[in-house]
Design a protein around this ligand. Structure first.
Ligand SMILES: [Zn+2]
Length: 274
């Protein structure tokens, strides 16, 4: 109610609410089919339950799809047309925006680019597969790999950070890379080349010409974009690499909330004719 009041004070009339949630989302029925981070939510009618509490129509969508909608509406995706969004953070999410809508796939399963195999004999991912993009380009695996390389005797300025109370983080590794630390730079090279391989695979299949990189790891853009572009040139053999635009998200943490608003506006106009 407080948010409704704030919106009204700014001259907005609230007609619906959009909510982003991790997991497989049945958009028409406003149901969380299942969510790896919310184990109890199997076929959970989140939209309906929130509608009862909030007294507004509530529409729900996958969280990375919401980020993509936000960037499509007001951020880095505004003039891209159809695009692939990759969001490496704790994991690696993905979304394909086609004709202004997130491609849902059979069973709402599209967008799991984080579990595309990049290294057939790579590390075992939480999904059970080996060498998923997530094991190479997510923040959590970046930290894991840094700690492993240090244990194996790699020399790096990060040695002092791994002993500190908070330990390593993707942000600390990024700053070390930018300060010239070779191991940190190699870690981000791996992020960039792995993202490039995934992008080339998608581009070869779909002929899509724009990629937006969002999520927490987008903050490390300067540390991985050069190796990403170089690897993309090597991997894209069926079209000129210059035809593919790779851009950084612009809205940061607000992208998901803005995408939720975009979704609510679109769905309310479709369902209520306003
Ligand atoms: Zn996986």
């Amino acid at each position: 109610m407080e948010l409704t009041h704030q919106a009204e004070q700014k001259g907005f009339l609230v007609k619906a609410v959009g909510v982003g949630c991790a997991g497989l989302i049945d958009l028409p029925n406003r149901v969380v089919v299942r969510s790896p981070n919310l184990p109890g939510w199997v076929n959970f009618p989140l939209g309906q339950r929130l509608s009862q509490d909030l007294q507004f129509p509530v529409f729900i969508e996958n969280d990375v799809n919401c980020i993509s909608y936000g960037e499509y509406w007001l951020g880095g995706g505004r003039d891209l047309g159809d695009f692939l969004c990759i969001a490496p953070g704790t994991g690696v999410g993905g979304c394909l925006i086609v004709n202004g809508k997130a491609w849902q796939g059979e069973g709402y399963s599209a967008g799991e680019i984080g579990h595309m195999t990049i290294q057939p004999d790579g590390e075992r991912c939480r999904c059970g597969n080996h060498g998923c993009l997530e094991t190479l380009a997510s923040a959590s695996w970046l930290v894991w790999r840094a700690e492993q390389w240090l244990r194996q005797g790699a020399k790096s300025s990060l040695e002092k950070d791994v002993e500190s109370p908070g330990g390593l983080s993707a942000e600390i590794i990024y700053h070390a890379a930018m300060a010239g630390d070779q191991m940190a730079q190699e870690l981000f090279q791996l992020v960039g080349t792995s993202l490039a391989i995934a992008i080339a695979n998608v581009v070869h299949l779909l002929g899509i010409s724009a990629v937006l990189i969002a999520g927490g790891m987008a903050n490390g853009w300067e540390a991985f974009i050069d190796p990403l572009q170089a690897e993309l040139e090597r991997r894209l053999t069926m079209m000129p690499p210059t035809d593919i635009r790779v851009v950084k998200a612009q809205l940061g943490d607000e992208a998901g909330a803005l995408g939720g608003a975009f979704l609510a506006g679109r769905e309310v106009s479709l369902t209520m004719g306003v």
